[in-house]
Write a protein that binds this ligand. Structure first.
Ligand code: HPA
Length: 279
């Protein structure tokens, strides 16, 4: 039987109910793991792991480094939902499709969301292995996840004057200080990809005020805000963004840098969760 539809899309309540039946835990905190952050799954005491294929409307990621599993469990005494892996716009899906998991977790009861990703450093002070907490973003994807029919109970003209929650950001900064890791705070520029940028584009984005660049996260943050979820986002800087004096960029190099930063990212998310106070 086909799942019920909302505005022509799969109803997020279907997968939310599947998550509720999978475990009696009721986390308020969720983390979406991008490249460079998956090691934290080793620290989670998992109650249930549900492959994305079993969650209505979720798509299995087709990119190396993205597992496609939802984990409901506990991390340092905090109930948590971890979405290990995401699908990207560049895989050919619509922004509505790739942000469906956000609508699901909102229905499930998540109130605070940490988004993570790998990004290229545009700010010349950022080096591979550093981390950046989002202060703000620029959406250069050429599309918006809220485009389309208006959704009942949701504000189509969602306010983004403060997309990233200052109280959660404060807690992440404290965790960064505690584990003594370089945690910058800057503006993330989202592009559609999948090609990397030209040096001319990076130069232009730098002039506009971007500090890091990547191909994800912003659509999820926009939908999360529309759903009233508090959001924070962290990039693992895996490479210096394209530069005419630079070496060619490759996805494998990005993944490799992500692996090198894995221990630190796991400590950062662990330390944050250990002291997490709901906003
Ligand atoms: N550009 C865009 N996306 C990225 C990069 C980059 O340099 N590094 C990791 N994701």
């Amino acid at each position: 039987m086909n799942p019920p539809k909302v505005s022509g899309k799969v109803n997020p309540k279907t997968a939310a109910n599947a998550l509720k039946s999978a475990s009696s835990l009721r986390p308020k905190l969720a983390i979406i793991l991008g490249s460079g952050f998956i090691s934290v799954t080793n620290e989670v005491s998992s109650d249930r792991e549900i492959p994305y294929q079993k969650l209505a409307g979720f798509m299995a990621p087709s990119v190396a480094g993205h597992a496609g599993v939802a984990i409901i469990g506990r991390l340092f005494d905090t109930d948590i939902l971890i979405l290990n892996g995401r699908t990207h716009y560049y895989e050919g899906h619509s922004l509505a499709q790739i942000t469906h998991p956000i609508r699901v977790i909102a229905e499930y009861g998540i109130e605070d969301l940490i988004l993570t990703n790998a990004a290229g450093g545009i700010n010349r002070k950022y080096k591979p292995g550093d981390f950046m907490l989002f202060k703000d973003h620029m959406n250069f994807m050429g599309d918006n996840p809220l485009r389309g029919p208006s959704i009942p109970r949701r504000d189509r003209f969602t306010d983004l004057t403060q997309t990233y929650d200052p109280a959660i950001a404060k807690q992440i900064k404290a965790a960064g200080r505690k584990i003594k890791t370089k945690l910058h705070c800057g503006t993330y520029c989202a592009v559609s990809g999948p090609s990397y940028e030209t040096p001319a584009e990076i130069n232009a984005y730098r002039k506009l005020g971007a500090d890091a660049i990547g191909m994800s996260t912003v659509p999820e943050a926009i939908v999360a805000r529309q759903c009233g979820i508090r959001v924070a986002a962290i990039s693992c800087i895996t490479n210096e963004a394209a530069d005419s004096n630079n070496y060619p960029l490759s996805h494998n190099d990005v993944l490799e840098s992500g692996l090198l930063a894995a221990k630190t990212s796991s400590k950062l998310l662990g330390e944050f969760t250990r002291n997490y106070v709901q906003g």
